[in-house]
Ligand binder design. Structure first.
Ligand code: PRP
Ligand code: ZN
Length: 303
């Protein structure tokens, strides 16, 4: 019998992720890298955790903050934009905080921006007085306008926000910008950033005090290990001692070189690099005296 079977249902951890959309695949990949695996149900909305008692709920991203607030899920992977919007809405309605971003996950980067028709000249927020702004982020926008003391009308739309100025239902918009292609296609230009967003791991403000607590701590530790290894590569090479200072200068994004002395003038060296090691960089190191260069992927590490 697998050890996960013995754990009663209430002691299983539940993580909500986007069912489809930009964050869905990277979210699953990240959790897989943490050693989680699942059995999919027929409706494909619930995935039963097999390697650990950690189940997945596949939902719409806007449902994730609420599922955490209601205690249906312990964690969720969601854009900071969605989390902040619902938090701002709660705050505006006097509802207490229920969730927070526990970790930034380094993918799904985008910005919530104010964008105006291309042929307008941007002279600052005062210019917005009395205008209509279309957005799917009414609470964040209202907070931003309030903070600046600007009285504009917030027109809430659930999608296709960029088309609103053309349709005449708004004068400008406030929406997510990633590549900027959607804005350009609609003859709009970005002028102000209201929020810098990326995927986050969101969790409840009330941490569980049962068996889930240990599971949650383990998950976070593994997640930190995975995040730390992103872009990390172990670089190994040989070099003459006299070339070491120059080689170190060429590796500003690496840990201090570890010398593995084996006698003689040539020594073995290794270091953990924190950025990309391109062919060009290897050739540069070679010209500076490095030999037998080797780049190794780091699969797992616990700090
Ligand atoms: C998002 C966002 C913008 C677009 C920006 O929409 O609402 O419309 O992406 O991306 P770009 O700057 O790369 O063009 P998405 O496709 O996620 O659909 P949705 O708005 O219906 O959620
Ligand atoms: Zn969406």
């Amino acid at each position: 019998m697998s050890p996960t079977k013995a754990v009663p249902a209430r002691d299983r951890l539940r993580i909500a992720i986007q069912k489809s959309g930009r964050l869905a695949e990277p979210a699953r990949a990240l959790l897989s890298a943490c050693g989680l695996s699942w059995r999919e149900s027929r409706d494909k909305l619930f995935c039963y955790g097999e390697s650990l008692p950690v189940d997945l709920l596949l939902v719409r991203d806007d449902d994730i903050p609420g599922l955490i607030a209601d205690g249906v899920c312990d964690f969720g992977i969601v854009g900071r934009n969605e989390l902040e919007e619902q938090a701002a809405e709660r705050q505006r309605n006097g509802v207490p905080e229920a969730y927070r971003a526990v970790r930034n996950l380094g993918f799904g980067g985008c910005r919530l921006m104010l964008a105006i028709p291309e042929d307008w000249e941007w002279r600052g927020a005062e210019q917005l007085q009395g205008l209509r702004i279309a957005t799917s982020y009414p609470a964040i926008l209202a907070n931003w306008l309030d903070a600046l003391g600007v009285d504009a009308r917030v027109v809430e739309l659930s999608g296709s926000v960029e088309i609103a100025p053309k349709l005449g239902t708004a004068d400008l918009i406030c929406d997510l910008v990633s590549s900027g292609a959607t804005l350009a296609a609609n003859s709009l230009k970005p002028v102000e950033t209201l929020l810098q967003s990326e995927a986050v791991l969101a969790g409840s403000t009330r941490a569980p005090d049962d068996a889930r607590a240990g599971l949650a701590a383990m998950l976070l530790r593994r997640l930190d290990g995975v995040m730390k290894l992103k872009d990390r590569k172990l670089l190994m090479f040989r070099a003459e001692r006299r070339n070491v200072p120059e080689l170190e200068r060429l590796l500003p994004d690496a840990d201090p070189l570890t010398h593995l002395p084996d006698g003689g003038d040539s020594i073995a060296l290794q270091t953990m690099c924190h950025g990309a090691i391109t062919w060009q960089r290897l050739e540069e190191l070679e010209r500076a005296g490095a030999r037998e260069l080797m780049v190794l992927a780091v699969e797992r590490a616990l700090a």
